[in-house]
Design a protein around this ligand. Structure first.
Ligand code: ASP
Length: 330
């Protein structure tokens, strides 16, 4: 059988790191060569280094660069694997999902908790799962880790050091490795409907606010004054917020000034639903947008992308009532 043609785009991260004088430092792809040599038995692999960064240093500019490279370099490949640091990989995978609507081939992000240079690294396993998914022919943006594959826009890093570092939050896994090989759950896959596009404009004027009891509501005025165009609030439980003690004044002003305010929950699992409690429905009356069961990473990047696309607040509200790539359950 013909080998599948897979493009590996490297961006750095622990998977490509070696010890330096002051800690692990990412290197270019040559540190991966030994592992790739083995994978070449199964796939034709082309490697391109896009950047060489600890993912803590990756910004929206780098998301754009990665999305452009995927879009522009994809011709002739069956799938693309992107190696990436784990710390911000869920943000990148989510942002790239929105930047590449209806992407027409599998794009699979992966990384590792231990460098490939370490004999006990989880990198070889993660790379193998990512390559298998990239070769399996299901279009979409995915993240592969610890023998599981999830939608990029549902991935959350849940462990700082454990090997089972990523979970698919509020969504089924797209695939798992079992004794039958890679078993894909076709019900969990995104369904591309149009030709693939590159829509990589993104705004950095979005703030993430984690609510705490007694938060000074003046923070919302400050955010408005700083020019933020979007705020994601991680509210309590089903989406509650302090509505007493003039708690809502700042939010009202933000919404009136055209700032899009999305409310999610600081609970990792399940969905925010502002209609259940009075402390939620008061927020809805102000015109905030329901983030429902989106992960924080998916809500932040969707809002950054929507504002970057030049949408008006009403259009942004409509966009959040739509499922673009599996990021939200409606
Ligand atoms: N600090 C590293 C990074 O995100 C962690 C990792 O890759 O696991 O680049």
């Amino acid at each position: 059988m013909d080998k599948k043609n897979i493009l590996l785009l490297t961006t750095g991260g622990t998977i490509a790191s070696v010890p330096g004088g002051d800690g692990l430092v990412p290197q270019r792809s040559q540190v991966m060569e030994r592992e790739l040599e083995q994978l070449r038995t199964y796939y034709d692999i082309t490697v391109r280094d896009v950047m060489c960064l600890d993912s803590s240093n990756i910004r929206p500019e780098e998301w754009q660069l990665i999305a452009r490279r995927i879009f522009e370099d994809r011709d002739g490949f069956d799938g693309i694997v992107v190696s990436h640091g784990t710390d911000t990989m869920a943000y990148t995978a989510s942002a790239v999902t929105y930047m590449l609507p209806d992407i027409d081939l599998p794009v699979v992000f992966t990384g590792s908790q231990l460098p490939l240079a370490d004999m006990l690294s989880d990198g070889p396993d993660n790379l193998r799962t990512a390559f298998a998914m990239a070769a399996a022919g299901h279009p979409g943006v995915f993240l592969a880790f610890d023998r599981k594959v999830m939608l990029g826009c549902r991935a959350v890093k849940v462990r700082a050091s454990g090997f089972s570092a990523f979970e698919s939050v509020n969504a089924r896994y797209a695939a798992r490795v079992s004794n039958r090989g890679l078993v894909v759950d076709t019900q969990a896959l995104p369904q591309p409907r149009k030709p693939a596009r590159l829509l990589d404009a993104i705004s950095q004027n979005v703030f993430l606010l984690k609510l705490t009891p007694g938060l000074n509501p003046a923070i919302f005025d400050m955010l408005g004054a700083m020019g933020y165009k979007g705020i994601v609030i991680e509210a309590f439980g089903l989406g509650g917020m302090n509505v007493l003690h003039r708690g809502l004044r700042g939010i009202r002003r933000c919404v009136e000034d055209g700032v899009s305010v999305v409310v999610t929950t600081q609970c990792l699992y399940d969905s925010a639903d502002l209609e259940v409690y009075q402390v939620g429905s008061k927020l809805l009356e102000l015109g905030v947008i329901q983030g429902r069961d989106m992960t924080t990473e998916a809500a932040m990047t969707k809002l950054m992308w929507a504002i970057g696309q030049g949408l008006e607040p009403e259009e942004i509200r409509e966009l959040f009532a739509r499922n673009l790539a599996g990021e939200i359950t409606l």
